[in-house]
Design a protein around this ligand. Structure first.
Ligand SMILES: Cc1cc2nc3c(=O)[nH]c(=O)nc-3n(C[C@H](O)[C@H](O)[C@H](O)COP(=O)(O)O)c2cc1C
Length: 146
């Protein structure tokens, strides 16, 4: 069984609901999962899996609640080659920078030499009314890798 730190970026709460559903499903499957709101680097353990669930705001930008962690990682963190992670990105394909927030986080973790445990999930709000459904399906693939 694995330890998972869930990191959330949300403006209106959809990503938070998705993160809560993923946390519940991970715990039900016997994993140790902790959801971090407005996470700081010190709250997180790079020996754990990181599950980043974030929406996109502005023009392909990260929500304000996850930005401090992003900046801390970019500016203050050394390489994290031991870290394994996955990103679930909520967005809307009617915007130019589809799921840009998730892409930014994914690119930063790649730069820090972390390894994606599974491919990034993208959930399109213009097609999916209930983002939990594709997210929980995708989680099965993530859980198969941890
Ligand atoms: C002001 C605004 C800007 C947005 N910009 C983008 C964007 O650039 N790219 C994208 O894919 N989605 C964009 N979205 C869509 C949101 O990411 C999407 O609706 C998401 O499900 C919201 O999740 P949240 O409730 O967790 O914030 C934007 C939504 C709003 C309201």
């Amino acid at each position: 069984m694995a330890a998972v730190d869930i990191i959330v970026g949300t403006v209106y709460g959809s990503a938070m609901s998705v993160a809560e559903s993923l946390e519940e499903a991970l715990i039900a499957a016997g994993h140790e999962a902790v959801l971090h709101e407005e996470a700081a680097l010190a709250d997180l353990n790079p020996e754990h899996f990181w599950l980043v669930v974030t929406s996109t705001t502005g023009q392909g930008e990260l929500p304000a609640d996850i930005l401090p962690l992003f900046s801390e990682l970019r500016d203050n963190s050394g390489p994290l080659p031991q870290l394994r992670y996955a990103v679930a990105a909520l967005g809307d394909s009617s915007y130019e920078h589809y799921c840009g927030g998730g892409q930014l986080f994914n690119a930063l973790l790649q730069e820090l030499q972390a390894t994606a445990a599974t491919e990034m999930l993208t959930v399109d709000a213009s097609e999916t009314l209930d983002p939990e459904v594709p997210a929980l399906k995708w989680l099965q693939g993530f859980m198969a890798k941890i």
